[in-house]
Design a protein around this ligand. Structure first.
Ligand code: AGP
Length: 610
């Protein structure tokens, strides 16, 4: 996730900016930059870590008491010096940093180009600084006026800090959907995307709300609405320590990232859901749309949770896009002799975009002439660069080793891909609209499930004695059985096996007794009766059963030991809801057993070795 830091006061800005950027490193980024005003506008940017920026600054002397800085987590445009923030206007008199996504940047960019603006980067953010520059051409317009007008023209989300040479005594900030916090000092003001960057200087902070902006000077701040009405906001004292501030008050990154999931889903679908036409707008596939229309087979490769998300996608794509799909472990696919034709597409799913096995699988597919696609979270990562085309998750960096928001985002993108490929084939607008409308409802339903996390902790406490678990599901919930088992294994070190529920009678049920509980995914879907029978078979052998079923169901309560309810939705979207209690159950089991779910033993966040 990008990071913003700004300072205006009586001290030298640069050291304060660099200290703030270092405190934001945990958020994950791929480039960074600073801008300082001192009679001139100095901008220095670097790709890679803060050390690269330090290096770029090492032989420069940039005095000045007004500065802004940024760490970038690429969303539009690969990590590069040109794409790094701060971005400047045509004449180098305005600098701006931005967190968020500007959905309508393409149309704004074109109209600004027609007006003569010269663009240096491929980012959505640069549109904003040229729009501000354009609006400042109107006599008597201040930077605050221009920023206010500019943000009213964009669709999307923003957290902004900007300043200009002609108004050197101020920084203008604005917020919609991307946090901005002000630090109130003695004769100085700070601004940041989260308090962690500034609590070393002040604990008096003001959190801007959506639709608010502020003008900061060394003497203080003035908050207003986008209608330029004053908004009174008094500072509040924060008592977080630095580590807590990085987690925004959550005990672990894994918990924070699980609670980010409603917003992550909104970001993954932002600007991509075309409800009217029952379609998905996937700009990253635009150049290969003719080829995706012609493919007659899709092979999906991935590892771990990405592999299980791919299995969810397999059911969606077969049922609603009518495409033959095979999901392969990347570590197996790369050594097999896959039969690939010119009408085969191979799709890699990878949060990090650097997993060695998945990268090798894609290279093998490319060598055999397949159309290679990616569903990747890390913009500009190796897999993103080496596939012919793809769709970014826009899930933000995932700091927890266990994949949670990334998995949900991957499953979400598969629903979008199903619309895209389905509408290229036999899917009707009616079906597409129904899916798109329901997909738009899911983030709020996910938020509702997250709010009930105490319920999942209670169930975890009740079963904290268990040494083994089965996770069982059918059809769309079979992949969830595997993913749920993986979550429990990797953060609580309890043995857990995922199985298709129908497989139990072919051997595994021999393990069932009162010491071997099962979590059974049994929503009211097309295979509900079959899965209900599986619960009865387990109970007949004294097996304890935790069932996940649809709200309002009265039957399952009669046959299971514990029941967790999830809202009713389309069968194909049920995995996006059922995964929430499974994630939280695993998290709480880990904490109950005294482990750190963020740093599970033996595991790395990205397996870049074979
Ligand atoms: C999942 O919780 C694990 N962190 C792991 O299985 C992960 O999903 C797998 O290593 C794939 O990583 P990728 O998505 O970055 O390729």
């Amino acid at each position: 996730m990008c990071g913003i830091v700004g300072y205006i006061g009586k001290r030298e800005a640069l050291p304060i900016l660099m200290d703030g950027l270092r405190r934001l490193e945990y958020r994950g980024y791929d480039s960074a930059g600073v801008a300082v005003l001192n009679g001139d506008l100095h901008v220095v940017k670097a790709v890679g870590k803060i050390a690269s920026l330090d290096q770029a600054l090492s032989d420069l002397t940039i005095p000045g008491t007004n500065g802004i800085a940024h760490t970038r987590w690429a969303t539009h445009g690969v990590p590069s010096e040109e794409n790094a923030h701060p971005h400047i206007d045509c004449h180098g008199k305005i600098a701006l940093v931005h967190n968020g996504i500007i959905e309508n940047y393409s149309e704004l960019r074109e109209s600004l180009k027609v007006a003569g603006h010269i663009f240096r980067s491929e980012t959505d953010t640069e549109v904003l600084v040229h729009l501000v520059e354009h609006l400042l051409n109107f006599p008597g317009t201040t930077l605050a006026d221009a920023v206010r007008s500019a943000v009213r023209r964009i669709r999307g989300t923003y957290g902004i800090a900007a300043f200009r040479l002609l108004e050197p005594e101020q920084i203008v900030v604005a917020r919609l959907g991307s946090p901005i916090v002000l630090g109130v000092g003695d004769g100085e003001m700070l601004v940041a995307s989260d308090a962690n960057a500034i609590i070393g200087h002040t604990r008096q902070v003001v959190f801007l709300d959506d639709g608010e902006m502020a003008v900061l000077t060394a003497d203080g701040y003035r908050v207003s609405s986008l209608d330029n009405l004053p908004v009174k906001k008094s500072p509040e004292q924060i008592d977080w320590n630095v580590e807590d501030a990085q987690k925004n008050g959550y005990a672990h990154f894994m918990l924070k990232e699980m609670h980010e999931q409603p917003e992550v889903m909104r970001n993954s679908t932002r600007g991509r859901l075309d409800v009217t036409n029952g379609n998905a707008i996937l700009g990253g596939l635009r150049d290969v749309a003719d080829r995706t229309r012609e493919i007659d087979r899709l092979i999906i490769v991935g590892c771990g949770s990405a592999y299980f998300a791919a299995q969810v996608g397999e059911y969606m794509l077969e049922e609603y896009a009518g495409i033959p799909v095979e999901v392969e472990l990347a570590s197996e696919f790369r050594y097999r002799k896959p039969i690939i034709t010119a009408r085969t597409a191979v799709l890699a799913v990878s949060q990090s975009g650097e997993t060695a096995d998945t990268l090798a699988a894609i290279r093998e597919a490319k060598m055999k002439g397949a159309l290679t696609l990616g569903i990747v979270n890390a913009v500009g990562s190796t897999i993103a660069r080496e596939t012919d085309a793809g769709v970014y998750n826009h899930a933000g960096p995932e700091m927890g080793v266990a994949s949670t928001k990334a998995f949900l985002s991957q499953a979400t993108v598969f629903a979008l891909l199903t619309l895209f490929l389905g509408r290229q084939r036999q899917m009707s607008v009616t079906t597409g609209t129904r899916i798109a409308e329901e997909l738009a409802r899911i983030p709020d339903l996910v938020a509702g499930l997250l709010a009930r996390q105490d319920e999942y902790r209670t169930v975890a406490e009740k079963y904290s004695w268990a040494k083994d678990f089965f996770y069982l599901g059918r059809k769309y919930c079979a992949p969830l059985a595997f993913e749920g088992a993986l979550k429990l294994k990797e953060v609580s070190y309890i043995h857990a096996e995922g199985y298709g529920a129908g497989e139990m009678k072919h051997g595994p049920i021999a393990l069932i007794d009162e010491t071997f509980p099962s979590i059974v995914l049994c929503p009211e879907d097309s295979v509900y009766e079959k899965t209900k029978s599986c619960i009865e078979e387990l109970r007949a052998r004294r097996g304890k059963v935790i069932a996940i079923t649809t709200e309002g169901n009265q039957e399952i309560r009669q046959i299971a030991d514990d029941v967790i309810f999830i809202p009713k939705t389309l069968e194909m979207l049920t995995p996006l809801l059922a995964i929430i209690p499974l994630q939280l159950f695993a998290y709480h089991m880990s904490v109950l057993r005294g482990f750190d779910p963020d740093r599970p033993r033996n595991l790395a966040k990205s397996v870049t070795v074979e």
